[in-house]
Design a protein around this ligand. Structure first.
Ligand code: OAD
Length: 253
Protein backbone atom coordinates (compact mmCIF):
# COMPACT_ATOMS: atom_id res chain seq x y z
CA UNK A 1 0.00 0.00 0.00
CA UNK A 2 1.29 3.46 -0.85
CA UNK A 3 1.13 5.98 1.97
CA UNK A 4 0.39 9.55 0.95
CA UNK A 5 2.29 12.30 2.78
CA UNK A 6 0.06 15.34 2.56
CA UNK A 7 -1.61 17.70 4.98
CA UNK A 8 -3.69 19.14 2.13
CA UNK A 9 -5.00 15.70 1.11
CA UNK A 10 -5.93 15.02 4.77
CA UNK A 11 -7.82 18.32 4.90
CA UNK A 12 -9.67 17.47 1.69
CA UNK A 13 -10.86 14.14 3.12
CA UNK A 14 -11.82 15.75 6.43
CA UNK A 15 -13.69 18.57 4.73
CA UNK A 16 -16.24 16.10 3.35
CA UNK A 17 -16.43 13.96 6.51
CA UNK A 18 -19.26 13.85 9.00
CA UNK A 19 -17.88 11.39 11.51
CA UNK A 20 -14.37 11.77 12.92
CA UNK A 21 -12.56 9.89 15.66
CA UNK A 22 -9.20 10.98 17.08
CA UNK A 23 -6.81 8.62 18.86
CA UNK A 24 -4.32 10.73 20.79
CA UNK A 25 -1.16 10.10 22.76
CA UNK A 26 1.52 11.89 24.71
CA UNK A 27 2.89 13.71 21.64
CA UNK A 28 -0.24 15.90 21.68
CA UNK A 29 0.86 17.37 25.02
CA UNK A 30 4.61 17.32 24.36
CA UNK A 31 4.78 20.94 23.28
CA UNK A 32 2.91 22.03 26.38
CA UNK A 33 5.93 20.76 28.29
CA UNK A 34 4.75 17.33 29.42
CA UNK A 35 7.23 14.58 28.58
CA UNK A 36 6.19 11.65 26.39
CA UNK A 37 6.96 8.12 27.56
CA UNK A 38 9.27 6.54 25.02
CA UNK A 39 11.03 9.45 23.32
CA UNK A 40 14.47 10.58 24.44
CA UNK A 41 14.10 12.06 27.94
CA UNK A 42 10.64 10.44 28.19
CA UNK A 43 9.09 9.30 31.46
CA UNK A 44 10.00 5.65 30.94
CA UNK A 45 13.65 6.57 30.47
CA UNK A 46 13.85 8.05 33.96
CA UNK A 47 11.62 5.58 35.81
CA UNK A 48 11.21 1.83 35.95
CA UNK A 49 7.75 0.92 34.61
CA UNK A 50 7.48 -1.92 37.12
CA UNK A 51 8.03 0.53 40.00
CA UNK A 52 5.54 3.24 39.04
CA UNK A 53 3.15 1.82 36.45
CA UNK A 54 2.30 -1.69 37.58
CA UNK A 55 0.05 -2.75 40.49
CA UNK A 56 3.01 -4.60 42.05
CA UNK A 57 4.98 -1.35 42.28
CA UNK A 58 2.19 0.21 44.35
CA UNK A 59 2.08 -2.81 46.64
CA UNK A 60 5.85 -2.67 47.17
CA UNK A 61 6.27 1.08 47.61
CA UNK A 62 3.04 3.13 47.62
CA UNK A 63 4.90 6.22 48.78
CA UNK A 64 7.18 6.24 45.72
CA UNK A 65 4.15 5.79 43.44
CA UNK A 66 2.22 8.58 45.16
CA UNK A 67 5.17 10.97 44.84
CA UNK A 68 5.60 10.12 41.13
CA UNK A 69 1.95 10.85 40.26
CA UNK A 70 1.61 13.84 42.59
CA UNK A 71 4.61 15.42 40.85
CA UNK A 72 3.04 14.73 37.46
CA UNK A 73 -0.25 16.29 38.61
CA UNK A 74 1.67 19.33 39.89
CA UNK A 75 3.41 19.66 36.52
CA UNK A 76 0.22 19.34 34.47
CA UNK A 77 -1.38 22.11 36.50
CA UNK A 78 1.58 24.39 35.71
CA UNK A 79 1.47 23.96 31.92
CA UNK A 80 -1.03 25.19 29.34
CA UNK A 81 -2.89 23.50 26.46
CA UNK A 82 -1.16 24.08 23.12
CA UNK A 83 -2.52 24.93 19.68
CA UNK A 84 -3.09 21.23 18.94
CA UNK A 85 -5.45 20.83 21.93
CA UNK A 86 -7.36 23.97 20.92
CA UNK A 87 -7.68 22.82 17.30
CA UNK A 88 -9.16 19.48 18.39
CA UNK A 89 -11.65 21.28 20.63
CA UNK A 90 -12.71 23.36 17.61
CA UNK A 91 -12.99 20.28 15.39
CA UNK A 92 -15.39 18.79 17.91
CA UNK A 93 -17.86 21.60 17.19
CA UNK A 94 -17.38 21.34 13.42
CA UNK A 95 -18.18 17.66 12.78
CA UNK A 96 -21.68 16.28 13.52
CA UNK A 97 -20.12 13.15 14.97
CA UNK A 98 -16.81 13.46 16.82
CA UNK A 99 -14.95 11.58 19.55
CA UNK A 100 -11.53 12.14 21.08
CA UNK A 101 -10.15 8.88 22.45
CA UNK A 102 -7.11 9.86 24.45
CA UNK A 103 -4.45 7.83 26.18
CA UNK A 104 -3.37 10.99 27.97
CA UNK A 105 -4.15 11.26 31.66
CA UNK A 106 -3.47 15.00 31.68
CA UNK A 107 -6.35 17.48 31.59
CA UNK A 108 -5.08 19.70 28.77
CA UNK A 109 -7.74 18.67 26.23
CA UNK A 110 -10.53 19.47 28.71
CA UNK A 111 -8.88 22.78 29.53
CA UNK A 112 -8.78 23.59 25.80
CA UNK A 113 -12.53 23.03 25.61
CA UNK A 114 -12.88 19.41 24.44
CA UNK A 115 -15.98 17.73 25.83
CA UNK A 116 -16.45 14.59 23.77
CA UNK A 117 -13.55 12.69 25.33
CA UNK A 118 -12.98 9.10 26.34
CA UNK A 119 -9.95 8.76 28.63
CA UNK A 120 -8.86 5.18 28.20
CA UNK A 121 -5.91 5.38 30.63
CA UNK A 122 -7.71 7.20 33.43
CA UNK A 123 -7.36 10.71 34.74
CA UNK A 124 -4.46 12.15 36.75
CA UNK A 125 -6.89 14.45 38.58
CA UNK A 126 -8.67 11.40 40.04
CA UNK A 127 -7.83 8.94 42.79
CA UNK A 128 -9.30 5.46 43.04
CA UNK A 129 -9.59 3.05 45.94
CA UNK A 130 -7.04 0.27 45.50
CA UNK A 131 -9.69 -2.29 46.53
CA UNK A 132 -13.29 -1.18 45.94
CA UNK A 133 -14.90 0.95 43.22
CA UNK A 134 -14.78 4.28 45.13
CA UNK A 135 -13.26 7.17 43.20
CA UNK A 136 -12.91 10.89 43.65
CA UNK A 137 -11.05 13.96 42.44
CA UNK A 138 -8.12 15.01 44.58
CA UNK A 139 -5.55 17.75 44.73
CA UNK A 140 -2.45 15.58 45.02
CA UNK A 141 0.10 18.39 45.50
CA UNK A 142 -1.69 19.33 48.75
CA UNK A 143 -1.44 15.72 49.94
CA UNK A 144 2.20 15.59 48.80
CA UNK A 145 3.14 18.38 51.21
CA UNK A 146 2.35 16.17 54.20
CA UNK A 147 3.36 12.83 52.69
CA UNK A 148 6.12 11.49 54.93
CA UNK A 149 5.16 7.83 55.32
CA UNK A 150 2.62 5.26 54.12
CA UNK A 151 0.42 6.34 57.04
CA UNK A 152 -0.06 9.73 55.33
CA UNK A 153 -1.52 8.22 52.15
CA UNK A 154 -5.29 8.87 52.01
CA UNK A 155 -7.60 5.93 52.76
CA UNK A 156 -10.86 5.03 51.06
CA UNK A 157 -13.87 6.43 52.97
CA UNK A 158 -15.86 3.29 52.11
CA UNK A 159 -13.48 0.41 52.80
CA UNK A 160 -10.41 2.05 54.42
CA UNK A 161 -7.97 0.60 51.86
CA UNK A 162 -5.18 2.77 50.44
CA UNK A 163 -6.20 5.28 47.79
CA UNK A 164 -4.17 5.20 44.53
CA UNK A 165 -3.72 7.47 41.52
CA UNK A 166 -6.61 7.21 39.03
CA UNK A 167 -4.45 5.95 36.21
CA UNK A 168 -4.55 2.58 34.45
CA UNK A 169 -1.39 0.54 35.01
CA UNK A 170 0.17 -2.17 32.87
CA UNK A 171 -1.69 -5.44 33.27
CA UNK A 172 -4.96 -3.72 34.26
CA UNK A 173 -8.24 -3.53 32.36
CA UNK A 174 -9.14 -0.27 30.65
CA UNK A 175 -12.10 1.61 32.25
CA UNK A 176 -15.40 -0.19 31.52
CA UNK A 177 -17.03 0.69 28.23
CA UNK A 178 -14.13 2.70 26.82
CA UNK A 179 -13.00 0.11 24.30
CA UNK A 180 -16.57 -0.61 23.15
CA UNK A 181 -17.39 3.03 22.47
CA UNK A 182 -14.01 3.60 20.78
CA UNK A 183 -14.44 0.62 18.46
CA UNK A 184 -18.07 1.37 17.61
CA UNK A 185 -17.16 4.98 16.80
CA UNK A 186 -14.15 3.86 14.74
CA UNK A 187 -16.44 1.51 12.79
CA UNK A 188 -18.64 4.34 11.54
CA UNK A 189 -15.93 7.00 11.24
CA UNK A 190 -15.16 8.60 7.88
CA UNK A 191 -11.74 9.49 9.30
CA UNK A 192 -9.57 8.21 12.14
CA UNK A 193 -6.94 10.79 13.08
CA UNK A 194 -4.04 9.26 15.02
CA UNK A 195 -2.15 12.00 16.83
CA UNK A 196 1.13 11.88 18.75
CA UNK A 197 1.24 8.25 19.77
CA UNK A 198 3.79 5.50 19.24
CA UNK A 199 0.82 3.13 19.03
CA UNK A 200 2.62 0.53 21.09
CA UNK A 201 -0.17 0.09 23.64
CA UNK A 202 -3.96 0.22 23.89
CA UNK A 203 -5.51 -0.73 20.63
CA UNK A 204 -4.50 1.96 18.14
CA UNK A 205 -3.90 -0.73 15.54
CA UNK A 206 -7.34 -2.26 16.17
CA UNK A 207 -9.02 1.14 15.76
CA UNK A 208 -7.18 1.71 12.48
CA UNK A 209 -8.18 -1.73 11.17
CA UNK A 210 -11.79 -1.10 12.19
CA UNK A 211 -12.04 2.26 10.43
CA UNK A 212 -10.37 0.92 7.30
CA UNK A 213 -12.57 -2.17 7.21
CA UNK A 214 -15.64 0.05 6.98
CA UNK A 215 -14.15 2.21 4.24
CA UNK A 216 -12.83 5.10 6.35
CA UNK A 217 -9.51 6.87 5.98
CA UNK A 218 -6.73 6.73 8.58
CA UNK A 219 -4.47 9.76 8.98
CA UNK A 220 -1.39 9.89 11.23
CA UNK A 221 0.06 13.10 12.64
CA UNK A 222 3.49 12.45 14.13
CA UNK A 223 6.95 13.84 13.43
CA UNK A 224 8.34 10.29 13.55
CA UNK A 225 7.44 7.00 11.91
CA UNK A 226 5.57 4.70 14.32
CA UNK A 227 4.35 1.16 14.78
CA UNK A 228 1.07 2.31 13.20
CA UNK A 229 2.55 4.09 10.16
CA UNK A 230 2.31 0.96 8.01
CA UNK A 231 -1.47 0.78 8.27
CA UNK A 232 -2.36 4.45 7.75
CA UNK A 233 -3.50 5.98 4.45
CA UNK A 234 -2.10 9.47 4.91
CA UNK A 235 0.83 10.70 7.03
CA UNK A 236 1.53 14.21 8.24
CA UNK A 237 5.10 14.22 9.53
CA UNK A 238 4.81 17.23 11.75
CA UNK A 239 4.27 18.30 15.35
CA UNK A 240 0.57 18.22 16.26
CA UNK A 241 0.64 21.83 17.50
CA UNK A 242 1.52 22.84 13.94
CA UNK A 243 -0.44 20.32 11.86
CA UNK A 244 -3.79 20.41 13.71
CA UNK A 245 -4.36 24.21 13.47
CA UNK A 246 -3.38 24.09 9.78
CA UNK A 247 -5.82 21.24 9.17
CA UNK A 248 -8.58 23.07 11.02
CA UNK A 249 -8.03 26.23 8.99
CA UNK A 250 -8.30 24.27 5.72
CA UNK A 251 -11.37 22.31 6.89
CA UNK A 252 -13.40 25.36 7.89
CA UNK A 253 -12.30 27.54 4.93
P1 OAD B 1 4.91 7.42 23.57
O1 OAD B 1 5.95 8.09 24.39
O2 OAD B 1 5.00 5.95 23.41
O3 OAD B 1 4.90 8.05 22.11
C1 OAD B 1 4.85 9.44 21.94
C2 OAD B 1 4.72 9.73 20.46
O4 OAD B 1 4.57 11.14 20.31
C3 OAD B 1 5.94 9.32 19.62
O5 OAD B 1 5.51 8.57 18.50
C4 OAD B 1 6.54 10.67 19.18
O6 OAD B 1 7.13 10.61 17.88
C5 OAD B 1 5.31 11.54 19.18
N1 OAD B 1 5.58 12.98 19.34
C6 OAD B 1 6.57 13.58 20.03
N2 OAD B 1 6.45 14.91 19.95
C7 OAD B 1 5.34 15.16 19.21
C8 OAD B 1 4.67 16.34 18.77
N3 OAD B 1 5.11 17.54 19.11
N4 OAD B 1 3.56 16.21 18.00
C9 OAD B 1 3.08 14.98 17.68
N5 OAD B 1 3.67 13.84 18.04
C10 OAD B 1 4.79 13.92 18.81
O7 OAD B 1 3.49 7.86 24.17
P2 OAD B 1 2.07 7.20 23.93
O8 OAD B 1 1.96 6.60 22.58
O9 OAD B 1 1.05 8.19 24.33
O10 OAD B 1 0.22 4.48 29.37
O11 OAD B 1 2.12 6.05 25.00
C11 OAD B 1 1.00 5.27 25.20
C12 OAD B 1 0.91 4.86 26.65
O12 OAD B 1 2.14 4.28 27.04
C13 OAD B 1 0.72 6.01 27.61
O13 OAD B 1 -0.64 6.41 27.73
C14 OAD B 1 1.20 5.42 28.89
C15 OAD B 1 2.44 4.72 28.40
O14 OAD B 1 2.84 3.61 29.13
C16 OAD B 1 -0.05 4.43 30.69
O15 OAD B 1 0.50 5.13 31.50
C17 OAD B 1 -1.11 3.46 31.04
Amino acid sequence: MTIVHSLERSAEVLKYSKSVIVFAGAGLSAESGLPTFRDQGGLWEGHRVEDVAEPGGFTRDPLLVWRFYAERQTRQLQVQPNAGHFALAQMETHFPDFLLVTQNVDNLSERAGSQKIVKIHGDLMEVWCSLCSWKSRLDMPVVLESLRSVDDIPRCPKCAELVRPGVVWFGEMLPPGTIDVSLSTAAKADVLLIVGTSGLVSGGYGLAETTKASGGTVVEINPAETYLSGIVDICIRSASSVALPKLLALIVS
